[in-house]
Design a binder for this molecule. Structure first.
Ligand code: GKR
Ligand code: MG
Length: 406
């Protein structure tokens, strides 16, 4: 079955003022939905980044994949590489990922099989996700407070965790750090430990700490964290923390593509790789990553960025198919679920886990009205890139995004 066109629809959906080491989330997050059209009229779906550069790369590969079989994903990957000469590995992989997921959706629809079956079958019926906590403002400046309210200290973080866990049932917790001096974030982790004694805990400051600070935090939180994510920049920084840390170090920043894996392994810089099919080159390549992690004695978890239900479905099929994936996956979904483009019903959380959709393909259906509304929001916003730093500077002009900060 041949591809007749790639229809890329950029969208913008509401996002709360979530803080991180580079600034704060803007009121709208950018994303795109791909509708992959085929000669038989079957349409495959996928979701990915919506910034200008990603959209341009998709436009650049559009002609090359027209006429190719949806089953020939290896050949499609080669065509994408050839259409993007000079692009970084991670960017070529991201462009291919969007197409691969949509091809798998078509394959599943044609064969009457869920994507998890195409990936070899599911080893778990539901995929556990973690409560992904953020320091945040009560609302975007100039707007009413959002439903989550403010979280700028340990009490606020515990309140947020309770609310999210009550609503979704999550059994693990991740805190996005790198926002306040490490002592305050250590206090938040300790408050979470006291409030949720059984929940595995992680913190991710996105490289906001020097290796010396990273070592100190690791020492203070020894026995408290299941893993420490990206404490310090680069393979050298991570390796320096890893030598002293009692807990595993995880990364989606110093390891983010196949080319970055070997140097990190050689230096003992990372113990848990945070996969993300959106930039590791799709679902099958992420399965290959899992095999490599197993071979090198590394753990495997899953990273996320602001996303909607098509991505959640793909993440869930993938995670269900990987025996080696031993941690609850990250997801931003609770922050953005209200604006989903997927028809309700196929995706739900039960005790913090998403049951693997059983319908053909990804098992989700596009809500056309929602898609049109979010596309309008994208067009009217005039936004082209994510700019957490620029948005933060509108309110804190002296904000300096340089890392490491502490
Ligand atoms: O959404 O602010 C955010 C996160 O910081 C995100 O951009 C990161 O890519 O969640 C991610 C991470 O684990 O580093
Ligand atoms: Mg991270």
């Amino acid at each position: 079955m041949r591809i007749t066109d790639l229809e890329v629809v950029p969208i913008a959906f509401r996002d709360p003022p979530l803080l991180n080491s580079s600034g704060v989330h803007e009121p709208l997050a950018l994303r795109c939905v791909l509708r992959l059209h085929t000669e038989d009229g079957v349409v495959g779906l996928s979701e990915g980044p919506g910034d200008r550069a990603s959209l341009d790369r998709l436009a650049a590969v559009r002609e090359s994949v027209r006429g190719m079989s949806v089953f020939a994903t290896t050949l499609i990957a080669r065509a994408v590489d050839a259409a993007l000469p000079g692009a970084r590995e991670v960017d070529r992989a991201a462009a291919f990922s969007l197409i691969e997921v949509a091809c798998l959706d078509v394959q599943g629809k044609v064969l009457g099989l869920p994507v998890s079956e195409l990936l070899g079958g599911r080893v778990r019926d539901a995929v556990p996700y973690a409560a992904y906590l953020f320091y945040k403002w009560a609302g975007h400046p100039g707007e009413a407070d959002d439903e989550w309210g403010e979280a700028l200290d340990p009490d606020g973080i515990v309140r947020q965790a309770r609310r999210m866990i009550d609503a979704y049932g999550f059994g693990s917790i991740k805190l996005k750090g790198g926002v306040f001096p490490p002592e305050q974030e250590i206090a938040a982790i300790r408050a979470l430990r006291a409030a949720f004694p059984e929940h595995p805990l992680r913190i991710d400051p996105n490289c906001a700490w020097t290796p010396e600070t990273g070592r100190r935090v690791a020492e203070e939180l020894d026995g408290v964290l299941e893993y420490l994510e990206d404490p310090s920049p680069g393979v050298d920084g991570m390796a320096a923390v890893a030598r002293a840390a009692g807990m595993p170090l995880a990364s989606n920043m110093c390891v983010h593509s196949f080319g970055t894996l070997a140097p990190a392994v050689a230096r003992g810089a990372v113990h848990v790789v945070l996969s993300d099919h959106h930039y590791w080159g799709g679902l099958r390549r992420t399965q290959h990553l899992a095999t490599l992690c197993e071979a090198f004695g590394l753990g495997l978890s899953m990273h996320s960025n602001s996303h909607l239900g098509i991505s959640l479905a793909a993440m869930t099929h993938l995670a269900a198919s990987i025996p080696h994936l031993g941690y609850a996956c990250d997801t931003h979904y609770p922050w953005n679920a209200a604006d989903d483009v997927v028809v309700p019903g196929a995706l739900r959380f039960e005790d913090g886990a998403v049951p693997v959709p059983t319908g053909p393909g990804l098992g989700v259906e596009l809500d056309e009205a929602a898609l049109a509304r979010l596309h309008r929001a994208y067009t009217e916003s005039g936004r082209q890139v994510r700019d957490d730093t620029g948005y933060m500077r509108r309110f804190r002009p002296d904000f300096d995004p340089a890392l490491p900060r502490w």
